[in-house]
Design a protein. Structure first.
Length: 131
């Protein structure tokens, strides 16, 4: 998949910068945001194939951001990340429309595979019944 553009949202700079660099080395364009508010601003300005969102963030957590993305940018798949193992949060995220829920530290190949699957799934156009 070429020309992938993802939005990476995490309040932890120690995670954000290295992950963005790792994605860039894999030829994936990556914009970063350290808050939900900053992410929403970027979503207004640019189009993204996928958003990768940390669940635990101050002010606007990842689930609140997920709700806004689903409402305002329904074609943008969201992958949730967390370092805090919680089946409940995972279930809640999936119910709210997250494409997938991954644990930190996330394996880069697993993340890339998930991004590709999310993009392919959202690009599918359902066949229309001509009857």
């Amino acid at each position: 998949m070429e020309d992938l553009k993802v939005l990476l949202v995490d309040d932890e700079q120690a995670f954000l910068e290295p992950m963005a660099a790792r994605l860039a080395r894999r030829r994936i364009s990556c914009s970063t945001a350290q808050s939900g508010k900053e992410a929403l601003k970027l979503l207004q300005e640019e189009c993204f194939n996928c958003a990768i969102v940390d669940v635990m963030m101050p002010v606007m957590d990842g689930l609140a951001l997920l709700r806004r993305i689903r409402q305002d940018y329904p074609g943008t798949p969201v992958i949730l990340l967390t370092g805090h193992a919680s089946v409940e949060l995972g279930v809640q995220g999936m119910e709210l429309g997250a494409f997938e829920y991954l644990m930190k530290p996330v394996d880069l190949d697993e993340l890339l595979d998930t991004v590709r699957r999310a993009v392919l799934e959202t690009e599918r156009v359902p066949e229309r019944d001509n009857a």
